[in-house]
Ligand binder design. Structure first.
Ligand code: PMP
Length: 292
């Protein structure tokens, strides 16, 4: 993956993809002092770009560092890089991290670096499986208590348990894993939020210990615009047998129906289809709806 053609924007400059390197003593690598974003471009425009860049800045603030490029500068660099890469539809990955100026847990004066990479990542889940609904395992690891970890930052360190959980699920033949939180309540998948449906109404866990995804907020808004009720509430895993439909949503996953979570079964139906269609329409350039 580090030998592709094209460019990466790094600390204000476009460098050749294969030359965008960091030192092995980078603080972000040793101590997880790194935050990132995941965005998608559709038809040459990045969906909700500024919201993503603002979240990147906010994640850095939570982690105690300041990105040396403004939101407007990062937005503009993303747009320029998308053009330079020559893609219409693509995945956009900005990242910011503490550098290699000193290596101890405390490194308050380390330089903060920022980079953006853009590549083609058509569908997060296999498109054919997606229509049938994907299969999820239930992860062993749980989303931590917000008093234990900076839950609302999109911080690289929080993805450690996501990678372990996704690998474990894949090794058993599942596409992904649903994670519970530290209280045992349904939380999210390893890189996407989760919704359930019953009797024409959507239900989703309150985002109080995991990322309140931009896609999650878009889906809620789109549902409400159609008069579909959305309950943001505590969902216990035992309740899953009462739901008819289930889907994941996130920038990479978009809206992906779920057919199975551990012992529970769902049938992708009208609400999955409606939200898939409305989301794909919303992401098209100039027809985007604004999330709050
Ligand atoms: N939860 C996790 C753990 C994620 O990685 C993502 C993807 N960024 C999401 C939720 C969904 O967030 P968004 O809709 O902003 O992409």
């Amino acid at each position: 993956f580090d030998q592709l053609d094209g460019f990466i924007w790094m600390d204000g400059e476009f460098v050749k993809w294969s030359e965008a390197k960091i030192h092995v003593l980078t603080h972000g690598l040793h101590y997880g002092s790194s935050v990132f974003e995941g965005e998608r471009a559709y038809g040459g425009e990045i969906f909700k770009l500024t919201e993503h860049t603002e979240r990147l800045h906010e994640s850095a603030r939570i982690m105690g560092f300041k990105i040396p490029f403004s939101v407007a500068e990062i937005d503009e660099s993303c747009r320029q890089l998308l053009k330079k890469q020559g893609f219409q539809d693509a995945y956009v990955r900005p990242i910011a991290w503490r550098g290699s100026d000193s290596l101890g847990v405390s490194a308050p004066n380390s330089r903060i670096h920022c980079a953006i990479a853009i590549w083609q990542w058509p569908s997060y889940f296999d498109p054919e499986q997606r229509l049938k609904g994907i299969r999820l395992d239930i992860a062993e690891y749980r989303r931590p208590d917000p008093r234990t970890a900076p839950s609302h930052a999109k911080a690289s360190g929080l993805y450690m348990i996501c990678t372990i959980s996704k690998h474990a699920a894949e090794a058993k033949g599942y596409s992904d894993a649903m994670m519970l939180d530290w209280r045992g309540q349904v939380a999210e998948a390893t890189g996407a939020n989760i919704f359930f449906a019953r009797d024409g109404k959507l239900h989703t866990p309150k985002a109080d210990c995991f990322l309140n995804g931009i896609t999650r907020r878009t889906v809620i808004e789109l549902a409400k615009a159609r008069g579909i009720e959305v309950a943001e509430r505590v969902i216990m895993p035992e309740e899953l047998e009462d739901f008819e439909e289930c889907f994941l949503c996130g920038t990479a996953a978009e809206v992906t129906p779920v057919a199975e979570i551990g012992p529970y079964r769902f049938r992708p139906g009208p609400l999955c289809e409606t939200m898939m269609e409305d989301y794909m329409e919303a992401v098209q350039p100039r027809r985007a709806v604004a999330a709050e």
